[in-house]
Design a protein around this ligand. Sequence first.
Ligand SMILES: Nc1ncnc2c1ncn2[C@@H]1O[C@H](COP(=O)(O)OP(=O)(O)OP(=O)(O)O)[C@@H](O)[C@H]1O
Length: 309
Amino acid sequence: MDAVIEVSELTKRYGGKTAVDHLSFTVRPGQVTGFLGPNGAGKSTTLRMILGLDAPTTGTATVAGVPFHRHPRGLRYVGALLDAGQVHGGRTAAAHLSALARGNGIPRRRVDEVLQEVGLAEAAKRRIGGFSLGMKQRLGIAAALLGDPPVLMFDEPVNGMDPEGVLWVRRLFRRLAAEGRTVFLSSHLMSEMENTADQLVVIGRGRLIAAEPLRDFAARGTRSSVVVGTPRAAELTAVLTAAGASVEPEGSAGAEKLAVTGLPAVRIGALAFDNGIRLDELTTRTASLEAAFMELTADSVEYPAGHPR
Ligand SMILES: Nc1ncnc2c1ncn2[C@@H]1O[C@H](COP(=O)(O)OP(=O)(O)OP(=O)(O)O)[C@@H](O)[C@H]1O
């Protein structure tokens, strides 16, 4: 059976608060799937339910068709990094991983292999308590990789990493997916997904907002527009509207700029020329993926900036 993560109508309530609300999605092997949502959207709660660390109020989460707690191979099937800070500070990196390996029937040689892999070979004998957050993230990733599992889940893996670490971790995720593994990683930042994820699962307030290829998400949310400057704004508006575009005045009144959606710049230029209308500016403005994310999750941010409650 494929190493698929399947979440179906998953719901988690804490008292009167619904953290995860009838969430359904599928995460497939061979790809990096980004799990994206603003702070408090319910990402960690969902990951914990997939790993059997929290019980769903209703609904199910399975990995390869089986709830994780009933998985015969445990850590050797699913590797996860949830909270990098939650490690015993008094232990060395090597001792921490050795204990995990022992407890899960994983050969000891894997400890050295994964320490090497995450760039912590030199720090193997150091106490974790003295590690930076970035090093703890690397150690958490090492622990996830220990059992050489086909399924990997990472909660905010990039937090606390320096730019070199961010690049490294991106390449690692891409490689793990290219090896045919199922790679599922959460973030509250779209920019982290931009160069890493193939697929996106986007949630807000515990509900599904989108589950689709990153490319489609970008295209759906970001309607690119063309900014047009002209001294004859009213006439041009009429011409463009007749050609099927939607036209909004841009900037302050009298600035003679229009924001046009629904027609490419080349067509706008041609229509203006055909109608003898001078253009002073013709600029295509492609909204960023970040903008698409903000737009789609705007209604679902728990604590929006600038809106005291
Ligand atoms: N044990 C708990 N008891 C009560 N409420 C909880 C508990 N765990 C999570 N919540 C609430 O559920 C909601 C979802 O939290 P969760 O940590 O899953 O979000 P998240 O998307 O991972 O956010 P972040 O990026 O901030 O970690 C939040 O409103 C949170 O306060």
